[in-house]
Write a protein that binds this ligand. Structure first.
Ligand SMILES: [Fe+2]
Length: 265
């Protein structure tokens, strides 16, 4: 009997490491929460790759990216990174593109192709994809041929909240672009710290909660004052998450979010 070949990818997102003394973000020690998530991953089947969908550093600093390397070293797995709104792409490029860490636009693992997208807008919480980024996205997909493809970015394309800061502004344009390519099977994102699994036509859009906190959002139809960010959000600093994606060579996907209550808030 010929079985389906599959690879396992672990998605981490919104780690928010900080270089401050005794660093805490919303009262959570984000390096401790990441280490606890790593302990959990070590108890599971070894992944073939880790993808981190942005907000690795709360402060975009080199010491925060060095801390990421320290904490993930025990896994000994290739790590692919892309920037979130809190990250500094230039600092990431210099700190996270050697020795098992990859800050690249695309790669192949097993029979799958992966494309990494930058949705960061300087100085803003919300995301947007420039014309150049959308063009690169299409070129990178085409270059990977007809293999199944996963696209990763920071900002969730599926709106979950009325707050401006939670939006990927041109998400409809992004989703339409992706659906031009039937071999793109999945999009993974973060930013909103919650769980989304949405059938967007030819592919599924997955959003994964942060390694340090979960956020419950206000319903989409609640009107908000312009610029309001935290009002519609309820943050739970005692719920840490990551996602497992088992990707088969025929393009099918088996995915689950793993959660632990390990950090004292
Ligand atoms: Fe973010």
């Amino acid at each position: 009997m010929v079985g389906r070949m599959s690879i396992r990818i672990v998605q981490l997102t919104d780690i928010h490491l900080s270089s401050r003394e005794n660093p805490r973000v919303h009262r959570v020690a984000t390096d401790v929460s990441l280490a606890l998530v790593v302990d959990q991953i070590r108890q599971l089947q070894q992944p073939d790759g880790i993808i981190i969908t942005g907000d690795i550093a709360d402060d975009g600093s080199a010491p925060s990216y060095a801390r990421l390397r320290e904490i993930l070293a025990v896994l000994n797995v290739p790590v692919y990174v892309l920037p979130g709104n809190h990250d500094d792409p230039a600092v990431m490029q210099s700190c996270l593109n050697t020795d098992g860490f990859h800050y690249v636009q695309s790669t192949c693992i097993g029979d799958w192709g992966f494309v990494f997208v930058n949705s960061k807008v300087d100085g803003q919480s919300h995301g947007h994809l420039s014309a150049g980024e959308l063009s690169s996205l299409a070129q990178n997909i085409v270059a990977l041929g007809d293999r199944p493809i996963l696209v990763a970015l920071h900002h969730t394309p599926r709106a979950v909240c009325p707050a401006l800061g939670c939006q990927l502004q041109n998400s409809a344009e992004f989703t339409a672009k992706i659906n031009q390519f039937p071999n793109v099977k999945a999009v993974i994102a973060g930013h909103t710290h919650n769980i989304v699994e949405y059938d967007a036509g030819g592919h599924t859009q997955f959003t994964t909660p942060a390694t340090f906190s979960y956020i419950t959002h206000a319903p989409l139809d609640v009107p908000l004052p312009t610029g309001e960010l935290w009002g519609p959000h309820d943050l739970d600093g005692q719920l840490q998450s990551f996602r497992i994606l088992d990707l088969s060579s025929d393009g099918s996907i088996d995915s689950q979010v793993c959660q632990l209550n390990a950090v004292d808030d």
